[in-house]
Design a protein around this ligand. Structure first.
Ligand SMILES: NC(=O)c1ccc[n+]([C@@H]2O[C@H](COP(=O)([O-])OP(=O)(O)OC[C@H]3O[C@@H](n4cnc5c(N)ncnc54)[C@H](OP(=O)(O)O)[C@@H]3O)[C@@H](O)[C@H]2O)c1
Length: 350
């Protein structure tokens, strides 16, 4: 490989307080990167990104409003970052060699090539494992872990529990439903198209599912699908669905709040409130927001359990793969239009 490489990277050119970021906000630029190992500081690596995870939280960092959501806002002109799987090209850290594959679970630049500090929480990817590399960004990564924390750690599922999962066909939702099924629960999902309703029943074993876009009366839909009430609601969407759920919760129900994607495109004063939270008191409901980063001490337990489920064929995983770094804008937008199914990932290069 030559001494320099041209690398394309996405940076934030303008904030998008509302809606989905467009090419006015996110721009691709080309930079020239030296591949000379002496050009990087000690304990740094030059890496070539292979897969990039596209996640809803990334949009929340582009509004320019510090309103308490997730992490600090990206600075203008800064490169946008995401969980990545990368190949080490040059290393100034004796723990990593050229050709190693690494998982950068939190903050790899969305770029073709980049320099990263090896002090990040990097994990080497075991190429001897039978699992495809991409699964480290899906079942064995952020979405699988979020589903596991919500269902197994916070949800306290019991055989026969009535479980509801929203955004049930997505990266997190597909695992939340399957994990609850493995615990013997009755699981219903909601999603945004009839095609996805069919697929989550057939591919992920949901007992039943409905399209929240055509079931215009969510209260009536929940009465129909939960005649005995809801014991666990795995919330991915917030808003009117969360409000409707509060009218159907059983005594001591658990609501692990993983995310509220229906509200991410709005400034906080325009977000939808939930008017019937008083039900939490009478029904003694436990509603708890969580971040996976606070549960990392359980990551080993999760990985062991999910890996054996995958090997035994008890859990299936679906990926929506976009190709090339240039697809970031389109793939990010797909999370907000119901056009994705499964975990959205960019394959940067083979
Ligand atoms: N707490 C954590 O640590 C953590 C970690 C990972 C993800 N999350 C959260 O988990 C949720 C799911 O993330 P993911 O990565 O798995 O994304 P995803 O479900 O793969 O993609 C997002 C999905 O949300 C649904 N959606 C979009 N706009 C909506 C709206 N206005 N109302 C209802 N549904 C809407 C769409 O599916 P349909 O409309 O077709 O259903 C879309 O496909 C997000 O809220 C995310 O922020 C949290």
């Amino acid at each position: 490989m030559a001494g320099v490489v041209e690398s394309r990277e996405w940076h934030l050119a303008a904030y998008a307080p509302e809606g989905v970021p467009t090419s006015d906000h996110l721009k691709l630029r080309t930079v020239t990167l030296s591949l000379d190992v002496d050009s990087i500081p000690d304990h740094h690596l030059i890496v070539q990104n292979i897969f990039i995870s596209v996640d809803p939280y990334q949009r929340t960092l582009m509004s320019g409003l510090e309103d308490g959501l997730y992490f600090p806002q990206i600075k203008l002109n800064e490169v946008v970052s995401a969980p990545t799987i990368a190949r080490v090209i040059r290393s100034k850290d004796s723990s990593y060699r050229e050709g190693d594959f690494i998982l950068n679970p939190s903050s790899g630049p969305i770029a073709e090539y980049c320099v990263i500090p090896s002090a990040l929480h990097l994990r080497k990817v075991d190429l001897a494992s039978e699992l495809p590399l991409q699964e480290y960004l899906s079942s064995l990564g952020l979405p699988g872990f979020a589903a596991w924390v919500g269902i197994e750690v916070l949800g306290d599922p019991k055989p026969g529990s009535n479980v509801f999962v929203s955004a049930a066909a997505g990266g997190v939702g597909m695992f939340a439903g399957q994990l609850a099924k493995l615990k013997g629960c009755r699981v219903i999902g909601s999603t945004g198209s009839d095609e996805k309703v069919k697929l989550i029943k057939e591919e992920f074993g949901y007992d039943d599912a409905f399209n929240y876009k055509t079931e215009t009366d969510l209260d009536a839909a929940l009465s129909k699908y939960f005649p005995n009430g809801i014991d666990i609601y795995f919330d991915n969407v917030g808003g009117e669905m969360l409000e409707a759920v509060h009218n159907h919760v059983n005594r001591h129900a658990r609501i692990p709040v993983c995310g509220m994607i229906s509200q991410y495109k709005k400034i906080w004063t325009e977000r939808q409130g939930v008017r019937n939270l008083l039900n939490m008191v009478g029904k003694e409901v436990r509603m708890e927001g969580f971040l996976m980063s606070s549960h990392l001490n359980r990551f080993g337990d999760f990985a062991k359990e999910i890996e054996s489920y995958i090997k035994e064929g008890k859990i299936s995983s679906k990926l929506k793969i976009y190709h090339g770094i240039e697809s970031y804008l389109e793939s990010l937008g797909s999370l907000f239009t119901s056009s994705n199914f499964g975990k959205v990932i960019i394959e940067v290069q083979k």
